[in-house]
Design a protein around this ligand. Structure first.
Ligand SMILES: C[S@@+](CC[C@H](N)C(=O)[O-])C[C@H]1O[C@@H](n2cnc3c(N)ncnc32)[C@H](O)[C@@H]1O
Length: 238
């Protein structure tokens, strides 16, 4: 006879676990005030880390708002955008911003935040904000984006996207392609990195060099953020 465990069919789909009770939250970075939908804590059943704002986004947004010249007139692609707080800030200064994520649930809230931003009074000075599905290492999805941007982007951005060891090599694979395509534009990758484990600190440096990229710490950006150590890295093709 089969054990009870083997016969145990669970009739729940993933929507049962998804908390989409988003609330509008307000964030200030320098002179920029952003309002967007997010959760205050992450769901753990699926990869829904992107439903909330992470310390790395605060770190990167503070850096970008203090150094907004970096963004002026640029075309930007953001990886692992989550609710979109970094891309939306950039749109105040940039020519164009494509925010990407791999999670369909996260892409829904990202789209909702783009619509919210469009309808706000700031939209007049906002760049065109777009969203696109992009799983790191997925060449087809990246080809789709690059078909629409054959010259590539001026900047690749990522906030708090190095937290799972298995995805870091794939992330750098995608970054390398974007930097190669944007070579003429001297494209660079700006990463808001938050340290949670030494193994990840080493892996980020190691994967950048394994992909033939130069990684440098931006001077003066080491900071403590929500009790964690953070730093801004700039990653380029040498
Ligand atoms: C910790 S959250 C950071 C979100 C946002 N950048 C922030 O700092 O608030 C990581 C984000 O990366 C996305 N992500 C994780 N693994 C990914 C992968 N393999 N490909 C694309 N996006 C991924 C998640 O869906 C999530 O939105």
């Amino acid at each position: 006879m089969d054990s009870g465990e083997e016969n145990d069919i669970v009739c729940l789909d993933e929507s049962f676990f998804i908390n989409d009770n988003y609330q509008i939250a307000r964030f200030t970075f320098g002179s920029q005030i952003l309002e967007l939908y997010c959760l205050q804590s992450a769901s753990t059943d699926f990869d829904l880390t992107g439903q909330m704002v992470w310390p790395g986004a605060e770190l990167l947004n503070n850096y970008l708002s203090k150094n907004s010249d970096i963004l002026r007139g640029c075309s930007v692609i953001e990886l692992g955008s989550g609710v979109g707080i970094t891309g939306i800030l950039c749109s105040r200064f940039c020519g164009e911003v494509v925010m990407t994520d791999h999670n369909d649930e996260v892409l829904k809230i990202l789209t909702r935040n783009i619509e919210l931003d469009d309808s706000s009074k700031n939209s007049a000075c906002s760049a065109k904000l777009k969203s696109a599905k992009l799983e790191w290492g997925n060449s087809e999805q990246l080809d789709d984006i690059l078909q629409r941007h054959p010259e590539g982007f001026d900047l690749v951005l990522g906030a708090d996207i190095c937290f799972q060891q298995a995805s870091v090599p794939l992330l750098f694979h995608t970054v390398k392609r974007l930097l190669d395509v944007g070579l003429k534009k001297k494209c660079r990758f700006i990463l808001g990195y938050v340290s949670r484990a030494k193994v990840m600190d080493d892996m980020v440096i190691g994967e950048a060099s394994r992909h033939g990229l130069r990684i440098t710490e931006v001077a003066g950006t080491r900071a403590e953020i929500r009790n964690l150590g953070g730093v801004i890295y700039e990653i380029t093709c040498p």
